[in-house]
Design a protein around this ligand. Structure first.
Ligand code: 26Q
Length: 800
């Protein structure tokens, strides 16, 4: 499609849809028109892609995830179709700014953070690598809450994204499946086999909404299938009361906003079974239509379990093979292992999913029976070779609880962590018992990011410089960013990259002014910490360092520091009071510092509201310092670290998660690390000799800062300040904030010094960009495809 053709089409489509001309149309109408052209165009390739997969019987992966976090899709679809530039120009000739239309689309925020965003980065890369892959999840009516600050407190508002109209989804009533909940089950002999007989309970209909996942300039369009719930027409009489109907609607009504604590709620378990059962049933129906022997299903189908939330896939697959397809248990189990694989995303004990037997029996009694049988056979088989201690620690059902991670590991052929250190910790510490039993199942797949979204799409200024300098092969081959290493001494390139950064900083400064009324200088260092609010991520340590600088400047207003803007973006789970206390403390500190004339704008603190994918796309291109300061061993991988380095930010990091691999990639001189190492953290655990109180007593700087939380220095945080103070002193500082604080301040001073030498700074920034290529999700999914899923690129995709 060329520009003239596009303009023609646009004018015609606007007339068809709204009987309007460009000059009369509102931005929403223009957006809908553009979206309609985009989606009708890729629809042809969409049906071709899946027909290809079906007709040539290619093996496909189904990525089961209770969260997907794609953000806005218009611009990324334009980019991947190769249309972005033409459309931008064509629209501007019609007097329309593409950016204005892009802003109209609501973020699709059906995820909490890292895990959901990873799923969406994978969807992009799987399609872009021409791999036959599908997403399977839930179409929540409300995504992650919208965050507002009222008097510095977080307030949550519902995220009503659907009434604004989702132009990308296609409802497929003909592909609906039924999911049964509750009641009871007993087994009856039937032709020599035990068959389940169901009593009571209720059946709901799962209706899929499919969204095209457009690959990067390769003609591939894959499917992300999200399930909505409906009452089956023929069951209407069972759902007479309003409560009954509400109970059904609730199933897909809202995303759980907790990304750390096991919620333990029945509705959550029901959501999990709902999308698992719908997804697995529809896969099996598809496979049976291929008319291949069931015994060969693992040659055609792979199912991936993203964290334990979809771990019931294992039991549901067994149920269908045994109860419905009449396979022998042993054969079904062999197939299940071959089909299933699992990714772990956390080592935090409180995030590991467990469900009580009663609740599982209540929600899906047949699934419980099957899990019980898996557990029984495991214990029986292991008893001949292994000691009871090991068996009891690894079995699925313990003390009346079902351990979902145990189910996921025992019922799949692959368990992976998301960064080297994390995968090693799984093998050697957290899941060591399982590693002893099944060493070959364990592997690492370091996370990656949708590189094109986080460079070309979010940062056009930098992209332009890169294209002029090293060409555009890095768009498809991200490791070609390494070509930039030839320009570390090229002053012109260094200046151009710096100019692009400045342009992005100015834009973010304008956004900050508009949304927060805070004036920040684009000449200041833009220092960014963007991620969920969690104790282990230690936003508090960042705040303490800000307070340290503040007191120093109050004492000595001439103290020589380069002006810095500390930028935060973070949502706290609504029930996580401690995290909310930290938000309040940051906001009150920001108020205090930003309005203090003594500070002369040397430090500014900006907490931007409602951090989400779209806001990330505004902040990241402007960032110069990337705060990755979790306590070593706690952050499984992190992915904002990768996005920020790709955009030329310098990382200040603990040796945690993927930070370690970032350091390997850029070299020690081009990252600033600090803090306890993994070994040191574990030594403290072993010897139980960390006394945070001593660090408070022995360090006057820490004392002054902590006192500020309880002596009124930071206003309006009587309760929050006490809670924070107590967490560090009375409750022993679980995440070693005081222990790492001095070293963190040393690292921050290095950053400050480095920035004085702008050439050196620009070089380091360039080196970070140049070495970000290995963190492309394109690479990551390639490894999954080869090592775990055993799927190959569609031979008839049009690469290039
Ligand atoms: C569990 C039970 C009940 C309700 C909610 C949950 C729940 C929901 C979301 C538990 C965990 C999550 C999300 C976890 C997550 O985002 N983990 C992050 O995953 C990233 C991608 O692998 C990593 O980079 C991060 O290090 C990890 O914290």
């Amino acid at each position: 499609m060329d520009k003239i053709e596009f303009k023609q089409t646009f004018i015609e489509r606007l007339a068809e849809l709204y009987a309007m001309e460009v000059s009369d149309a509102t931005p929403i109408e223009l957006y809908q028109t553009l979206g309609s052209i985009v989606s009708t165009t890729y629809t042809k390739q969409w049906s071709k892609s899946w027909q290809d997969y079906r007709d040539t019987k290619q093996k496909q992966v189904y990525y089961f995830s209770i969260e997907f976090l794609p953000g806005k899709m218009l611009k990324s679809n334009l980019l991947n179709m190769g249309w972005l530039e033409i459309v931008e120009e064509a629209l501007s000739e019609l007097g329309i700014k593409l950016d204005d239309l892009i802003e109209i689309e609501p973020d699709m925020a059906l995820g909490n953070g890292g895990l959901g965003r990873l799923a969406s980065c994978f969807m992009d890369s799987i399609a872009s690598q021409s791999l036959p892959g599908n997403g399977n999840g839930i179409r929540y009516r409300y995504g992650l809450f919208k965050q507002r600050f009222v008097d510095g407190h977080q307030v949550e508002l519902p995220d009503e994204w659907l009434p604004k109209g989702n132009i990308w989804e296609v409802r497929k009533d003909s592909k609906a499946v039924d999911v049964h909940f509750g009641g009871s089950v007993h087994l009856e002999e039937h032709h020599g086999r035990l068959k389940p007989v169901y009593h009571g309970g209720y059946t709901v209909r799962a209706v899929p909404y499919d969204t095209g996942m457009v690959g990067y300039k390769n003609g591939t369009v894959n499917t992300m299938r999200l399930w909505d719930v409906a009452i089956p027409a023929e069951e209407e009489e069972h759902y007479r009361s309003i409560e009954d109907r509400r109970m059904v609607e609730e199933l897909t009504s809202v995303l759980y906003p907790d990304d750390s604590n096991e919620a333990g709620r029945k509705l959550r378990l029901s959501q999990e079974y709902f999308f698992v059962s719908a997804g697995v049933q529809s896969i099996l129906r598809y496979y049976k239509n291929l008319h291949l022997p069931l015994e060969q299903i693992s040659r055609y189908i792979a199912i991936h379990i993203n964290d334990t939330h979809p771990a019931m896939c294992i039991a549901e697959f067994m149920r269908l093979l045994v109860d419905q397809e009449n396979l022998k248990w042993e054969k079904a189990w062999r197939l299940t292992l071959q089909v299933m694989s699992y990714t772990n995303h956390t080592i935090m004990a409180e995030a590991l999913e467990k469900w009580s037997i009663e609740m599982m029996q209540d929600v899906c009694p047949r699934i419980y029976q099957i899990i019980e049988e898996i557990d029984r056979r495991f214990v029986e088989e292991m008893s001949t070779f292994h000691n009871q201690g090991l068996i009891q620690r690894t079995r699925i059902i313990q003390d009346g609880q079902i351990h979902m991670a145990h189910l996921a590991i025992l019922g799949s052929h692959s368990t992976n962590g998301v960064a080297k250190i994390h995968s090693d910790l799984l093998k050697n510490v957290i899941l060591n018992d399982f590693y002893v039993l099944y060493p070959s199942r364990f592997n690492n797949k370091t996370n990656g990011i949708a590189q094109r979204r986080w460079s070309q799409l979010a940062n056009p200024a930098m992209t332009k410089v890169l294209n002029q300098t090293i060409g555009d092969s890095w768009h498809r081959t991200p490791t070609d960013l390494h070509l930039l290493m030839n320009f570390t001494e090229d002053d012109e390139v260094l200046e151009q990259l710096a100019a692009a950064k400045l342009e992005n900083k100015k834009r973010l400064a304008a956004y900050i002014k508009e949304h927060k009324g805070i004036e920040v200088s684009p000449e200041a260092i833009f220092d960014v910490q963007i991620k969920r609010l969690h104790a282990y991520k230690r936003q508090l340590m960042n705040l303490m360092h800000i307070l340290k600088l503040y007191f120093e400047l109050k004492n000595d207003p001439k103290r020589d520091i380069h002006p810095r803007v500390f930028i935060f973006g973070a949502k706290a789970a609504p029930s996580y009071h401690y995290a909310k206390a930290i938000i309040k403390a940051i906001n009150e500190t920001a108020n205090l510092i930003n309005h203090d004339p003594d500070i002369q704008d040397k430090i500014k603190v900006v907490f931007l509201e409602n951090y989400n994918v779209s806001l990330a796309e505004k902040i990241i291109p402007a960032a110069e310092v990337s705060e990755q300061i979790s306590l070593a061993t706690k952050e499984a991988s992190g992915t904002s670290n990768m996005k920020l380095m790709l955009n030329g930010a310098l990382t200040i990091a603990t040796l945690d998660g993927a930070n370690i691999e970032i350091r390997e990639a850029v070299g020690e001189e081009n990252i600033v690390t600090f803090g306890l190492t993994e070994k040191e953290v574990y030594r403290y655990y072993q010897e139980q000799n960390y006394r945070s109180l001593e660090w408070y007593h022995n360090d006057p700087v820490i004392q002054r800062i902590l006192n500020a939380f309880i002596d009124g220095t930071i206003p309006n945080i009587v309760n929050e300040g006490k809670q924070i103070f107590d967490s560090l002193i009375q409750y022993h500082d679980e995440f070693f904030v005081l222990r790492d604080f001095a070293d963190y301040c040393r690292a921050q001073e290095i950053i400050n010094q480095l920035y004085q030498d702008s050439r050196r700074w620009n070089q380091i920034s360039l080196i970070n960009i140049a070495n970000a290529g290995i963190f492309s999700a394109d690479n990551t999914v390639e490894r999954y495809a080869e090592d775990i899923w055993q799927i190959r690129p569609n031979p008839s995709s049009q690469l290039g």
